[in-house]
Design a protein around this ligand. Structure first.
Ligand code: DX5
Ligand code: ZN
Length: 238
Protein backbone atom coordinates (compact mmCIF):
# COMPACT_ATOMS: atom_id res chain seq x y z
CA UNK A 1 0.00 0.00 0.00
CA UNK A 2 1.28 3.41 -0.96
CA UNK A 3 0.75 5.96 1.80
CA UNK A 4 -1.15 9.09 0.86
CA UNK A 5 0.63 11.97 2.50
CA UNK A 6 -1.19 14.32 4.86
CA UNK A 7 0.17 17.86 5.09
CA UNK A 8 -2.07 19.93 7.38
CA UNK A 9 -2.24 23.68 6.81
CA UNK A 10 -1.98 25.65 10.04
CA UNK A 11 -3.51 28.76 8.46
CA UNK A 12 -6.61 28.41 10.62
CA UNK A 13 -4.79 27.23 13.74
CA UNK A 14 -4.43 29.24 16.95
CA UNK A 15 -1.31 31.31 16.25
CA UNK A 16 -0.98 32.22 19.91
CA UNK A 17 -0.06 28.59 20.52
CA UNK A 18 1.67 27.12 17.50
CA UNK A 19 3.36 24.52 19.64
CA UNK A 20 0.00 23.00 20.51
CA UNK A 21 -1.16 23.38 16.90
CA UNK A 22 1.76 21.28 15.69
CA UNK A 23 1.40 18.77 18.51
CA UNK A 24 -2.18 18.09 17.40
CA UNK A 25 -1.10 16.82 14.01
CA UNK A 26 2.52 15.72 14.33
CA UNK A 27 2.02 11.98 14.80
CA UNK A 28 -0.27 11.51 11.81
CA UNK A 29 1.25 13.95 9.33
CA UNK A 30 4.00 13.86 6.73
CA UNK A 31 4.78 17.58 6.67
CA UNK A 32 3.39 20.87 7.95
CA UNK A 33 1.89 23.03 5.20
CA UNK A 34 2.71 26.72 5.66
CA UNK A 35 0.79 29.26 3.58
CA UNK A 36 2.87 32.33 2.85
CA UNK A 37 0.87 35.25 1.40
CA UNK A 38 2.14 38.65 0.35
CA UNK A 39 -0.93 40.87 -0.05
CA UNK A 40 0.02 41.20 -3.71
CA UNK A 41 -0.35 37.92 -5.56
CA UNK A 42 -3.23 37.22 -3.18
CA UNK A 43 -5.42 39.69 -1.26
CA UNK A 44 -4.24 38.51 2.13
CA UNK A 45 -1.09 38.62 4.26
CA UNK A 46 0.22 35.88 6.50
CA UNK A 47 3.81 35.40 7.58
CA UNK A 48 7.37 35.14 6.33
CA UNK A 49 10.65 33.36 7.11
CA UNK A 50 10.71 34.51 10.73
CA UNK A 51 7.64 32.51 11.61
CA UNK A 52 8.79 29.57 9.48
CA UNK A 53 11.98 29.53 11.53
CA UNK A 54 10.00 29.53 14.77
CA UNK A 55 7.90 26.61 13.54
CA UNK A 56 11.08 24.80 12.50
CA UNK A 57 12.04 24.64 16.16
CA UNK A 58 8.70 23.07 17.10
CA UNK A 59 8.70 19.96 14.93
CA UNK A 60 10.71 17.20 13.35
CA UNK A 61 8.30 17.11 10.38
CA UNK A 62 9.36 18.53 7.02
CA UNK A 63 8.10 22.06 6.42
CA UNK A 64 6.07 22.42 3.23
CA UNK A 65 6.12 26.10 2.37
CA UNK A 66 3.47 27.20 -0.15
CA UNK A 67 4.52 30.58 -1.51
CA UNK A 68 1.56 32.64 -2.67
CA UNK A 69 3.81 35.58 -3.44
CA UNK A 70 4.53 37.63 -6.54
CA UNK A 71 8.34 37.42 -6.29
CA UNK A 72 9.34 33.90 -5.23
CA UNK A 73 12.92 34.21 -6.54
CA UNK A 74 13.63 36.99 -4.04
CA UNK A 75 12.80 34.87 -1.03
CA UNK A 76 13.63 31.22 -1.77
CA UNK A 77 16.95 31.27 0.04
CA UNK A 78 15.43 33.04 3.06
CA UNK A 79 12.76 30.38 3.41
CA UNK A 80 15.30 27.62 2.94
CA UNK A 81 17.54 29.16 5.60
CA UNK A 82 14.50 29.33 7.88
CA UNK A 83 14.04 25.58 7.52
CA UNK A 84 11.73 24.97 4.54
CA UNK A 85 12.10 21.46 3.11
CA UNK A 86 9.57 21.67 0.30
CA UNK A 87 8.93 24.96 -1.46
CA UNK A 88 6.14 25.54 -3.95
CA UNK A 89 5.53 28.68 -5.98
CA UNK A 90 2.73 29.69 -8.35
CA UNK A 91 2.95 29.19 -12.09
CA UNK A 92 0.90 32.37 -12.47
CA UNK A 93 3.68 34.62 -11.17
CA UNK A 94 6.45 33.65 -13.56
CA UNK A 95 7.28 32.89 -17.16
CA UNK A 96 10.35 31.03 -15.91
CA UNK A 97 9.09 27.97 -14.09
CA UNK A 98 12.33 26.14 -14.78
CA UNK A 99 14.49 28.85 -13.27
CA UNK A 100 12.47 29.14 -10.09
CA UNK A 101 12.29 25.36 -9.64
CA UNK A 102 16.03 25.17 -10.30
CA UNK A 103 16.74 27.79 -7.63
CA UNK A 104 14.67 25.85 -5.10
CA UNK A 105 16.49 22.60 -5.82
CA UNK A 106 19.84 24.32 -5.85
CA UNK A 107 19.43 25.43 -2.26
CA UNK A 108 18.55 21.87 -1.29
CA UNK A 109 14.76 21.96 -1.05
CA UNK A 110 12.18 20.06 -3.07
CA UNK A 111 10.51 22.10 -5.74
CA UNK A 112 6.80 22.25 -6.46
CA UNK A 113 4.68 24.30 -8.82
CA UNK A 114 1.21 25.38 -7.74
CA UNK A 115 -1.63 25.94 -10.17
CA UNK A 116 -4.56 28.17 -9.25
CA UNK A 117 -7.97 26.85 -10.31
CA UNK A 118 -8.02 28.75 -13.61
CA UNK A 119 -4.54 27.61 -14.71
CA UNK A 120 -4.43 24.55 -16.99
CA UNK A 121 -2.30 21.49 -16.35
CA UNK A 122 -0.58 22.14 -19.69
CA UNK A 123 1.32 24.94 -17.97
CA UNK A 124 3.62 22.29 -16.51
CA UNK A 125 4.47 20.65 -19.81
CA UNK A 126 8.20 20.57 -20.35
CA UNK A 127 9.09 21.01 -16.69
CA UNK A 128 8.45 17.60 -15.14
CA UNK A 129 12.11 16.87 -14.87
CA UNK A 130 12.73 19.99 -12.80
CA UNK A 131 9.91 19.40 -10.35
CA UNK A 132 9.52 17.21 -7.28
CA UNK A 133 5.76 17.73 -7.02
CA UNK A 134 2.84 19.71 -8.36
CA UNK A 135 0.20 21.48 -6.25
CA UNK A 136 -3.34 21.65 -7.57
CA UNK A 137 -5.36 24.35 -5.85
CA UNK A 138 -9.01 23.53 -5.40
CA UNK A 139 -9.91 26.99 -4.05
CA UNK A 140 -8.79 30.45 -5.11
CA UNK A 141 -5.53 31.09 -3.23
CA UNK A 142 -5.74 33.57 -0.37
CA UNK A 143 -7.92 32.17 2.38
CA UNK A 144 -8.59 29.03 4.36
CA UNK A 145 -12.07 27.74 4.97
CA UNK A 146 -13.41 28.06 1.41
CA UNK A 147 -15.48 25.49 -0.44
CA UNK A 148 -13.76 23.06 -2.77
CA UNK A 149 -14.02 23.65 -6.53
CA UNK A 150 -14.43 20.02 -7.67
CA UNK A 151 -13.75 20.77 -11.35
CA UNK A 152 -10.14 21.64 -10.47
CA UNK A 153 -9.56 18.01 -9.49
CA UNK A 154 -9.56 17.01 -13.15
CA UNK A 155 -6.09 18.51 -13.32
CA UNK A 156 -4.63 15.83 -11.08
CA UNK A 157 -4.90 13.11 -13.72
CA UNK A 158 -4.02 15.58 -16.47
CA UNK A 159 -0.75 16.42 -14.69
CA UNK A 160 0.01 12.74 -14.22
CA UNK A 161 -0.60 12.09 -17.90
CA UNK A 162 1.69 14.94 -18.93
CA UNK A 163 4.45 13.93 -16.54
CA UNK A 164 4.14 10.27 -17.56
CA UNK A 165 4.55 11.32 -21.18
CA UNK A 166 7.69 13.14 -20.13
CA UNK A 167 9.03 10.00 -18.52
CA UNK A 168 8.51 10.63 -14.82
CA UNK A 169 5.30 10.89 -12.86
CA UNK A 170 5.47 13.47 -10.10
CA UNK A 171 3.36 13.39 -6.94
CA UNK A 172 0.39 15.71 -6.96
CA UNK A 173 -0.64 17.65 -3.86
CA UNK A 174 -4.20 18.93 -3.62
CA UNK A 175 -4.96 22.01 -1.52
CA UNK A 176 -8.14 23.85 -0.62
CA UNK A 177 -11.51 23.04 0.91
CA UNK A 178 -10.72 19.39 1.64
CA UNK A 179 -12.77 17.83 4.41
CA UNK A 180 -14.31 14.52 5.46
CA UNK A 181 -17.19 14.71 3.01
CA UNK A 182 -14.99 15.20 -0.06
CA UNK A 183 -11.81 13.37 0.91
CA UNK A 184 -12.83 10.26 -1.03
CA UNK A 185 -13.38 12.30 -4.18
CA UNK A 186 -9.96 13.96 -3.81
CA UNK A 187 -8.21 10.62 -3.43
CA UNK A 188 -10.17 9.08 -6.29
CA UNK A 189 -8.98 11.97 -8.45
CA UNK A 190 -5.45 10.73 -7.81
CA UNK A 191 -4.07 12.96 -5.04
CA UNK A 192 -0.79 11.73 -3.55
CA UNK A 193 -0.51 14.51 -0.95
CA UNK A 194 -3.51 16.11 0.73
CA UNK A 195 -3.59 19.51 2.45
CA UNK A 196 -6.28 19.85 5.11
CA UNK A 197 -6.65 23.14 6.97
CA UNK A 198 -9.87 24.27 8.59
CA UNK A 199 -11.38 20.80 8.64
CA UNK A 200 -8.73 19.98 11.25
CA UNK A 201 -8.16 23.32 12.96
CA UNK A 202 -11.76 24.53 13.09
CA UNK A 203 -12.71 21.29 14.79
CA UNK A 204 -13.07 21.59 18.57
CA UNK A 205 -10.69 18.65 18.78
CA UNK A 206 -8.03 19.13 16.11
CA UNK A 207 -6.03 16.07 17.13
CA UNK A 208 -9.03 13.80 16.75
CA UNK A 209 -9.92 15.40 13.40
CA UNK A 210 -6.35 14.85 12.18
CA UNK A 211 -6.42 11.21 13.29
CA UNK A 212 -9.73 10.61 11.52
CA UNK A 213 -8.33 12.14 8.34
CA UNK A 214 -5.22 9.97 8.57
CA UNK A 215 -7.16 6.76 9.00
CA UNK A 216 -9.56 7.54 6.15
CA UNK A 217 -6.58 8.23 3.89
CA UNK A 218 -5.09 4.87 4.87
CA UNK A 219 -8.36 3.09 4.11
CA UNK A 220 -8.62 4.79 0.76
CA UNK A 221 -5.01 4.05 -0.11
CA UNK A 222 -5.43 0.36 0.59
CA UNK A 223 -8.34 0.30 -1.85
CA UNK A 224 -6.60 2.24 -4.56
CA UNK A 225 -4.63 0.87 -7.44
CA UNK A 226 -1.24 2.55 -7.25
CA UNK A 227 0.60 1.13 -10.19
CA UNK A 228 3.97 2.80 -10.66
CA UNK A 229 3.52 4.69 -7.39
CA UNK A 230 5.27 8.00 -7.18
CA UNK A 231 7.39 9.23 -4.34
CA UNK A 232 8.66 12.55 -3.15
CA UNK A 233 11.95 10.87 -2.33
CA UNK A 234 12.89 11.03 -5.96
CA UNK A 235 16.52 12.05 -6.47
CA UNK A 236 16.96 14.09 -3.30
CA UNK A 237 18.46 13.25 -0.01
CA UNK A 238 16.82 15.36 2.66
C1 DX5 B 1 -5.37 28.73 0.55
C2 DX5 B 1 -4.25 27.90 1.13
C3 DX5 B 1 -4.68 26.54 1.64
C4 DX5 B 1 -5.73 26.61 2.72
C5 DX5 B 1 -6.13 25.24 3.20
O1 DX5 B 1 -4.85 29.85 -0.09
O2 DX5 B 1 -3.24 27.66 0.18
O3 DX5 B 1 -3.55 25.81 2.08
O4 DX5 B 1 -5.32 27.34 3.80
O5 DX5 B 1 -7.11 25.41 4.18
P1 DX5 B 1 -8.58 24.82 4.00
O6 DX5 B 1 -8.43 23.32 4.14
O7 DX5 B 1 -9.32 25.45 5.11
O8 DX5 B 1 -9.09 25.20 2.65
ZN1 ZN C 1 -1.68 26.11 0.72
Amino acid sequence: MKRIMLTPSILNADFSNLKAAIAHIEDVSDAVHLDVMDGNFVPNLTFGPLVVRAIRSLTRLPLDVHLMIAQPMEFIQDFRDAGADWISFHAEVTRHIGEVAGAIRKCGARAGVALSPQTPAERLRGYTDLLDFALVMTVMPGFGGQRIIPEALEKVSAIKAISAEEGREIPVQVDGGIKADNLDMVVEAGADIVVVGSSIYADPEPAAAARRTRSRLDELASGRELAGGVSLDYNQGN
